[in-house]
Design a protein around this ligand. Structure first.
Ligand code: TTP
Ligand code: MG
Length: 347
C-alpha cells in the first residue's frame, strides 16, 4: 500500500487571510461572520477559538464569549482568489486534485515520480512562502486516513499515517471519526455498544450490516482502515450556453447585438466561475415561425472573456440573412478545457 494520497486543509482559512492582509490583526482574536444580529460565525482565528468561539456559532454568542474580538464580514471574492492560488500549487504536482471546499482538497500523487512525503512537505512550504498562509497536511494510502491525518495536529500540522500504524492510530478513536458517520449513525452505533473504532473492527460484520444497511459495509471497512474511494477531480461542463426568448419578435440588428452582449457576459461569467475556457462558439436562433438554426465557429486559441465570445457570436450573426423576425437568440461556448491547468502545462 502506497502513501499516495495527500489531504490539505488550510488553517482558520478566512481569518488567516484577513490577518495576513492587515498587520493590526496579527495575534488577535478575529471572527469572520455576518454582521446582522442573527448572523453566524464563518470561522474564527485560533486566538479566538481559545474563548470557545467556533464556526456556525451565532455571532451574538461569540460576542459574549469574546467581547474584545475583531468582528469582520467575509470577503468571498478574495478567499476564492486565494483558493485558486492554492490549487495552482497542487496542479504543479498532479492533475488528480479533488477540492472539497475553498480551503481543502485531496490529491492523488501516484503518477508523480517524487516521493509523496516530499511532495506534501513542498506543498506546505510553498503555501507558506508564496501565500504567507499555513496549511495542515496529511499523507496516507487512502482518503479517510489522509484527511484524518491533516486534522491531527492542526494548525500548521503535518502527519503521515503509514499502513503499519493505521490501526493503532484509529482504533482508540470515537466512532464519529469515521467518514460518513454523522450524529444519527453515531447514536445507532453507540446504542449497540460500538463506542470506539476498535469496537467496530472487532465486532460482527453482519450485525453491523443489519444495523446500518449498505452503510454497514463502508463503516466496517473504514474501521479496518480500508477505503477504496478514488480521488476524483470535478468533471468539466461540456459547454456553457445562455439563450433568451424575446418579449417581442425582432430582426433589428441593434437590438440583437444588445442581447448578444448580455448573453456573452453571462456565458463569460459562468466560464470564469467554472474555471474553463473554450475554442468554439455556437450561435442559435429561432425564427418567429419556430424554424431553428445554429452556426458555429472554432478558432485556434481558447477564450473566456465577454468581448471574445461576443465578437465570434456577432461575426456569425452578421453572416446570416435576417429576412424573418427572430423570437430567440442563444450563444454557447464549447470545446472547453480547464483554464489554469492548461496555462501551467504551457509554462
Ligand atoms: P474549515 O476548514 O472547516 O475551517 P477553517 O479553515 O476556518 O479552520 P481549520 O481548518 O483550521 O479548523 O472551513 C474553511 C472555511 O470555510 C472557513 O475559513 C470559513 C468557511 N466556513 C463557513 O463559512 N462556515 C462554516 O460553518 C465552516 C465550517 C466553514
Ligand atoms: Mg480549514
Amino acid at each position: 500500500m502506497e502513501l499516495n494520497i495527500i489531504h490539505v486543509d488550510m488553517d482558520a482559512f478566512y481569518a488567516s487571510i484577513e490577518q495576513r492582509d492587515n498587520f493590526k490583526l496579527k495575534g488577535r482574536a478575529v471572527i469572520i461572520g455576518g454582521k446582522s444580529k442573527r448572523g453566524v460565525v464563518s470561522t474564527a482565528s485560533y486566538e479566538a477559538r481559545k474563548y470557545g468561539v467556533h464556526s456556525a456559532m451565532p455571532i451574538i454568542k461569540a460576542r459574549q464569549l469574546c467581547p474584545h474580538g475583531v468582528y469582520l464580514r467575509p470577503n468571498h471574492q478574495k478567499y476564492k482568489e486565494v483558493s485558486q492560488q492554492i490549487r495552482e500549487i497542487f496542479y504543479q504536482y498532479t492533475d488528480l486534485v479533488e477540492p472539497l471546499a475553498l480551503d481543502e482538497a485531496y490529491l492523488d500523487v501516484s503518477a508523480n515520480d517524487k516521493n509523496s512525503i516530499k511532495i506534501a512537505k513542498e506543498i506546505k512550504r510553498k503555501i507558506k512562502s508564496k501565500l504567507k498562509l499555513t496549511a495542515s497536511v496529511g499523507v496516507s494510502y487512502n482518503k479517510f486516513l489522509a484527511k484524518l491525518a491533516s486534522d491531527f495536529n492542526k494548525p500548521n500540522g503535518f502527519k503521515i499515517i503509514s499502513p503499519f500504524k493505521a490501526k493503532d492510530i484509529i482504533f482508540p478513536l470515537d466512532v464519529s471519526y469515521l467518514w460518513g458517520v454523522g450524529p444519527k449513525t453515531e447514536d445507532k452505533l453507540k446504542e449497540m455498544g460500538f463506542y470506539k473504532i476498535e469496537d467496530i473492527a472487532k465486532g460482527d460484520r453482519n450485525s453491523l450490516i443489519r444495523l446500518l444497511g449498505k452503510k454497514g459495509y463502508q463503516v466496517y471497512n473504514l474501521a479496518h482502515a480500508v477505503d477504496n474511494r478514488k480521488v476524483s477531480p470535478p468533471s468539466l461542463p461540456k459547454s456553457i450556453g445562455k439563450e433568451i426568448t424575446f418579449k417581442r419578435d425582432t430582426k433589428d440588428i441593434i437590438v440583437l447585438r444588445g442581447y448578444l452582449r448580455d448573453l456573452s457576459k453571462k456565458v463569460s461569467d459562468r466560464a470564469i466561475k467554472n474555471n474553463v475556457k473554450g475554442k468554439t462558439v455556437v450561435l442559435k436562433l429561432k425564427y418567429e415561425d419556430f424554424e431553428e438554426l445554429s452556426r458555429s465557429k472554432s478558432i485556434n486559441h481558447y477564450i473566456y472573456k465577454e468581448e471574445s465570445i461576443y465578437d465570434l457570436g456577432y461575426r456569425l450573426l452578421n453572416k446570416l440573412n435576417l429576412n424573418k423576425n427572430l423570437r430567440l437568440i442563444g450563444i454557447t461556448l464549447t470545446n472547453l478545457v480547464e483554464k489554469n491547468v492548461e496555462q501551467l502545462k504551457l509554462l
